[in-house]
Design a protein around this ligand. Structure first.
Ligand code: BTN
Length: 265
């Protein structure tokens, strides 16, 4: 029987500076991002965390749906109020991808990789994703909602066919159920630390760790955006967290959104 996450247990020994001082847990929400966004608009504080056991309208990137069955996985959103100009908002996504990849890594035998900007992949299959949504004024970010979905105890047979071949979970990789409280607590701690690193040591410090999880450097990729796909060589990320692509004419292009697909297997 799956046991719901409990606020007191998550906060036991948490020891964070900002994240998780206040945690809200719900049996069901439409989307933790939607709930956290409303809270932030109403004055919700930096570091507040919203968790739901299931989501009826979980949101993925690029308008996709995030499948969110009850009590198996983690669906979490955090309110952040970084002191950054809007152009640097992608730094928050990349910082979170590092914290998430480090957390996943500590629970599985093999190394995860980050697929730019924010998918966590193990053995070619997606295990976790990040959706950040911000509210900005022209020169400052008012808040960022950092939404994270992680497949924890998701058995293959319960996955819808649409994701069964492309997704995995910690339980599938380790062949035993993961303690969801332990995972969630460690994720909140890692996010708190990486967020502090971004603030105190700067983006280049976080970017180096991000690059350590990025396996597509120097590889040919296709970037699918809303309009035309672009093919080129992935060169890494720039100071704002954009992907730098060298196109077939040798011109460097800055990619700020899209899906990156390796061209050569
Ligand atoms: C992706 O497409 O990879 C991003 C998925 C993000 C899913 C999480 S689950 C918690 C939070 N609430 C949502 O509605 N979406 C994010």
């Amino acid at each position: 029987m799956a046991v719901p996450l409990k606020i007191e247990e998550l906060q036991k020994g948490l020891g964070t500076r900002r994240l998780g001082k206040r945690i809200h847990c719900f049996p069901e929400l439409d989307s933790t991002n939607v709930y956290a966004y409303k809270r932030a608009q109403e004055g919700g504080e930096e570091g507040e965390v919203v968790i739901a056991e299931s989501q009826t309208r979980g949101k993925g990137r690029m308008g996709r749906n995030w499948v969110s069955p009850p009590c198996l996985n983690l669906y979490l959103s955090a309110i952040l109020r970084p002191n950054l100009p809007p152009i640097q908002a992608p730094q928050i996504t990349l910082m979170s991808a590092v914290a998430l990849a480090e957390t996943v890594q500590s629970f599985i035998p093999s190394a995860p990789e980050i697929k730019w900007p924010n998918d966590i992949i193990v053995g070619g299959k997606k295990i976790a994703g990040i959706l950040t949504e911000s509210s900005c004024e022209p020169d400052r970010i008012l808040f960022v909602i950092l939404g994270i979905g992680v497949n924890l105890n998701y058995p293959r047979e319960l996955m819808p066919e649409t994701i069964r071949e492309s997704a995995t979970s910690i339980m599938i990789l380790t062949q035993k159920p993961v303690d969801r409280t332990d995972f969630t607590r460690r994720l909140i701690q890692n996010l708190d630390r990486c967020y502090g690193d971004l603030e105190d040591k700067g983006f280049s410090f976080v970017a180096r760790r991000w690059e350590g999880f990025f396996r597509l450097r120097g590889k040919r990729v296709r970037v699918e955006m809303m309009d035309q796909p672009i093919i080129g060589k992935a060169m890494g990320i720039d100071g704002d967290g954009a992907l730098i692509l060298e196109d077939e004419e040798g011109t460097l292009k800055k990619i700020v959104a899209g899906d990156v697909i390796p061209v050569d297997p």
